[in-house]
Write a protein that binds this ligand. Sequence first.
Ligand SMILES: *[C@@H]1O[C@H](CO)[C@@H](O)[C@H](O)[C@H]1NC(C)=O
Length: 321
Amino acid sequence: MIRGHRSIANKNHSKTVALIFVPSAFLFYSLFNMAFHNQPSSSDSVISNDEQRSRLYDKMERDLDENGPAFLKQGETSQSLSLSDIFTLKDGYVTPILKAANPPVRANVLYLSTEYSVRISEAVKHIFNPYFDKAIWFQNSSMYHFSMFHASHHITPVPASEDEIEVEASAVHAVADDLCPLKIVLDRVVLTSTGVLLGCWQVISGTDPITIRAKLRTALPNAPEKQLYDAAILHTSFARLLGHPTATPMELHKTSDEVQFFHDLVAKLNNQIRGMEAVVSELWYVEEYDVLALALDGRTKIRRFQLGCSRTQDSKDDKHN
Ligand SMILES: *[C@@H]1O[C@H](CO)[C@@H](O)[C@H](O)[C@H]1NC(C)=O
């Protein structure tokens, strides 16, 4: 189980992707969303989309070592679970505290079919459940998704009437008609400093997420200028750790012992599912009536659109690598 600490000597200081840590009202979002902001740099224009994603994932992989397990420092309960604001224990089960989103969030996400997600979910549970008793929340395997673009989000709410929502949904439908299904491969699993276990994917073929986000931005002119994610990222959330591991095979006295233990579990999971391939063929326009409804089994209205790949010339040009 012992594994050397990753060398961080060669970390790329010039990389311009940075985590946004947002206080108070947004704190709980940071547990969920790896929010990045991107400043254009001269190197970005010449590197491929795949390379852009790789560098981003390298950075995310270092996050736990560089920033420490911040999720362990949330307010601890008497059960020494550091359940965050958004979870509570109900009849011995971790239960999300759903909070109405006003106005509802309007998210565009790619959907990962249960054909793939169930296998991932089982591997995640098999590896993490024994050590986290109740201090873990697993993403519902029916709702594995890749966040692409928000028409309205919590930081910049963009209220819309029912008619305006219909217009947005049609515009997204038209975008979906143009997109080609993505063949993707699980590049790696990472655990962030906020306790989110993320699958980070690479694109083998199909419309690149950078192109998808650009098309959605054009189709949704009222959308917040500032989006929540790096334009290149293709990630799914698998689980959220909410507290200290219990029932570990050895005593974990120091934070560094715990971090090493987390690395070991993530390595075990990577051994099982890294390299897995999947095909993504649905774009969803989702109204989330509760905060983080897709993540927490809250109330949603989902419109599902098949990726039609109807403009073959475009799709051929979509991936520039
Ligand atoms: C998971 O999501 C599906 C689809 O929305 C839903 O039917 C099911 O009840 C959810 N499971 C749990 C445990 O909430």
